[in-house]
Design a protein around this ligand. Structure first.
Ligand code: FE2
Ligand code: FE2
Length: 262
């Protein structure tokens, strides 16, 4: 039977596949944490009210990275190297989506336009994260350790998405509407292609580890390509809409001291 639940079951029952899955997830979360930590420290004076929320966002992503690493350790596994073709964050950065890492490393104060770029990038990637965590929750939510971890991360990703909606709407009202719309569109169209390519690469690695027969791998790859086709035909629009979230100020809490970035 080729259901998502069965596939996740296969991955989570195999040490090597589970190790790769958690390593990819941990690496993506940690990179997200690094980006947000840097951005929080470089927020321009006109957007000073955002700094604490961005720091909180970064702290959450760092925490997610630690959670995936803890799941590995609990199985007696070590994180493995993440191949470039499955590195979602680096591929987005290489495609010019979001703020360039070289720009963040220069440690120069960001502009208001940079903040728009950051928030539009996050609006798109947090939608993906929120949806992926909900999917994972549906299929592995009843697993004792993984279910608890995914439930916590899923709630955080929903908050990150709510925060992006709220802050982008605020900036749209402040006159950035046109740039926001164009930036969101570019980010979403790039993201859906990168998501497809990364998903195909992840599936290829897992298929090799789990010894999937060729027809099974082909069906799964066709599913990924089909999902991309739906997103390209119009599904991408769900990633660029802006709606005031039911939960306001979702990242308004304080940042745990040990996760603050220098
Ligand atoms: Fe996360
Ligand atoms: Fe997130």
């Amino acid at each position: 039977m080729l259901s998502a639940k069965t596939i996740y079951g296969e991955i989570f029952d195999n040490d090597e596949a589970f190790g790769l899955f958690c390593s990819i997830a941990a690496s993506g979360e940690a990179q997200g944490g690094w980006e947000n930590g840097k951005i929080a420290a470089l927020v321009p004076g006109s957007q000073a009210g955002l700094a604490a929320k961005i720091a909180r966002h970064g702290a959450d992503e760092d925490k997610h990275g630690r959670i995936f690493n803890a799941l590995l350790r609990k199985r007696g596994l070590e994180p493995v190297a993440v191949p470039a073709e499955v590195d979602y964050i680096m591929q987005l950065e290489a495609a010019g989506i979001g703020l360039a890492h070289a720009r963040l490393r220069r440690e120069e104060e960001l502009t208001e336009a940079d903040i728009v770029t950051y928030l539009a990038h996050s609006r798109v990637t947090e939608q993906r994260a929120s949806e992926q965590m909900r999917t994972l929750l549906r299929h592995v939510g009843d697993h004792p350790d993984i279910g608890r971890a995914v439930r916590m991360i899923s709630a955080d990703e929903d908050n990150h998405l709510a925060y992006c909606h709220e802050e982008l709407l605020r900036l749209a009202t402040a006159g950035h509407g046109e740039v926001i719309r164009a930036t969101l569109r570019a980010a979403a169209l790039a993201e859906i292609a990168i998501h497809r390519d990364v998903s195909l690469a992840v599936m290829a690695h897992l298929g090799r580890i789990l010894g999937w027969p060729r027809p099974k791998a082909a069906i799964l790859a066709a599913g990924i390509r089909g999902a991309y086709a739906c997103e390209r035909l119009g599904g991408w629009r769900r990633m660029v809409s802006l709606r005031m979230p039911a939960r306001r100020n979702a990242l308004g809490g304080s940042v745990p001291a040990q996760t603050r970035h220098a």
